[in-house]
Design a protein around this ligand. Structure first.
Ligand code: ADP
Ligand code: MG
Length: 323
């Protein structure tokens, strides 16, 4: 079993940033409103994620580290209307199999919590402990038992920058959650967690960025869109600041890029790209999210309808603002 977990870890867990992604997504799924992420040495030697979510009840703790055990799915039908980020039950067992991990967790129904230590997939200690409601996971020495993987890791700075990228994307996608990111003992990021897109984008991307953007908004029965699109003068030489979130999930989707870039084509020079942050909330039946194991790609069942709605939302923003 521990071998299977190590193999699975090869697919899901490539580097510190992939660990961070899985842990933060678990915290989001646990309905946290405050998530702290801490790394040292690019995450190679130390990773901590602390949340104030629902926690794991004592009798399920060991289960959480079993492969394909998830609390988020009950039957095959659930796969169709998935609203949580995780559902495969692979992340925790994979991460635990390739690191030295400590988990501290408490639910609201318990006056105390549980602390469990796992070393390369083996539980080495478990005891009761007083702690706040929520979950903390501390990871040391990632890939200590998989030397080939360790060798594949880049410099501390490069790994830290990958981690940072993931944290920023998840923080921007979840303006209702307060994110704090600490890197080598320094606080790098602190989002307000107040649902407000502009103040969240301010804390992540700066004042100039926010003041160069227009709001967009559309509200229909099956689909709601809001976000920020840039003034034509604020376009970039690359696509690095194009963010799309569908039902809270950061995604890459060529349809959306194309729809938005087409609208800007008459307004901006060639080889310049619009900057945007788009949040789409859509009935889960109208999308297919299960196309890729890392779940960053999705398909829309009605591309034409999406095009119409998104184009109109942006056009009316252009119309209402001086460009
Ligand atoms: P998945 O997210 O696909 O369900 P994981 O391996 O990531 O699988 O997590 C296994 C289970 O552990 C989850 O289904 C959840 O019940 C529990 N869990 C993991 N992280 C947390 C957390 N931060 N707060 C509460 N429960 C958690
Ligand atoms: Mg998960």
């Amino acid at each position: 079993n521990s071998t299977i977990n190590k193999i699975a870890a090869g697919e899901v867990i490539e580097r510190p940033a992939s660990v961070i992604k899985e842990l933060i997504e678990n915290s989001i799924d646990a309905l946290s409103s405050f998530i702290t992420i801490e790394i040292k040495d690019g995450g190679k030697n130390y990773i901590r994620v602390t949340d104030n979510g629902i926690g794991i009840s004592p009798k399920y703790i060991e289960l959480a580290f079993l492969r394909h055990s998830t609390s988020k799915i009950n039957g095959v039908d659930d796969l169709q209307s998935l609203s949580t980020l995780g559902f495969r039950g692979e992340a925790l067992p994979s991460i635990a199999s390739v690191s030295q991990l400590e988990l501290i967790t408490r639910t609201k129904d318990n006056i105390g919590g549980v602390r469990i230590s796992i070393n390369g997939g083996q539980i080495i200690e478990k005891n009761e402990i007083g702690c706040p409601i929520g979950t903390t996971i501390i990871l040391k020495n990632l890939f200590f038992n998989v030397p080939v993987r360790q060798k594949f890791l880049k410099s501390d700075a490069a790994e830290a920058s990958n981690v940072s990228d993931i944290v920023y994307k998840l923080a921007l996608g979840n303006p209702g959650i307060k994110f704090k990111f600490i890197k080598d003992n320094k606080v790098i990021l602190n989002t307000p967690g107040n649902e407000d897109i502009k103040s969240t984008a301010y804390s992540l991307l700066g004042k100039e960025f926010v003041s160069s953007m227009f709001d967009i908004e559309y509200s229909g029965d099956d689909i709601k869109i809001n976000g920020l699109v840039c003034k034509p003068s604020f376009t970039r030489g690359n696509r690095n600041h194009q963010y799309t979130y569908v039902n809270g999930r950061y995604i890459k989707n060529e349809d959306i890029t194309e729809i938005i870039e087409d609208l800007y084509k008459t307004l901006i020079p060639i080889n310049r790209f619009p900057v945007y942050i788009i949040y789409i909330n859509i009935s889960p039946e109208l999308i297919d999210v299960n196309v890729h194991p890392t779940k960053t790609e999705i398909r829309f069942s009605n591309k034409e309808a999406l095009k119409k709605i998104l184009s109109n939302a942006i056009k009316s923003t252009f119309f209402n603002n001086t460009l």
